[in-house]
Design a protein around this ligand. Sequence first.
Ligand SMILES: [Ca+2]
Ligand SMILES: [Ca+2]
Length: 188
Amino acid sequence: MRFGVAAALALFVLGFIAGYLVDGEVSTATSVSTTTLRQTTTASTTTTKTTTIATTLVATARNPVVGGKAVDIVASVYRVVDGDTFDCFPAGRVRLADVNTPERGQPGYTEATNALRMLVEGKTVYLDVDNLNVMDAYSRLVSVVYVDYNATHVVNVNLWMVLNRHAAVSDFRNEFNPAEWSLYVRKT
Ligand SMILES: [Ca+2]
Ligand SMILES: [Ca+2]
């Protein structure tokens, strides 16, 4: 009888330890599955990002044609920085190619900034990005910028700034030759 009690006690203790071990395993399994869940979530976020990029690329392939060639980027201007620089989505900071406008503090700075603001701020722009260098030393996309003029034509913003005496031509070595620019360009 005494042996029976001792055996029962031993079994109880063993059972307790076994239960503890199983609990331990279960809790480990739970944390593994939580990790897996996190990994799955991360993977799905990555998939969403990839899809977004792919969609952008598809949209780029369907970009409108200006002056006989598909524009590089279509973007929305949300801030004009000065007479030759603006920020747009999704392209980021853009610098008008081959033109210069007055720096802050120089005569004509405010007029040039306001002129560019009037022309492009809040609007859709069509960017012909410089195929040769793409960006300048400040990581701005060097571009000839077009904005809608009417149903059939866009305006070359770079040339418009020059013709309205807000900018001077400064012909850098890049894709563009200001001597070949036209103010109005067909949307085909
Ligand atoms: Ca280009
Ligand atoms: Ca040039």
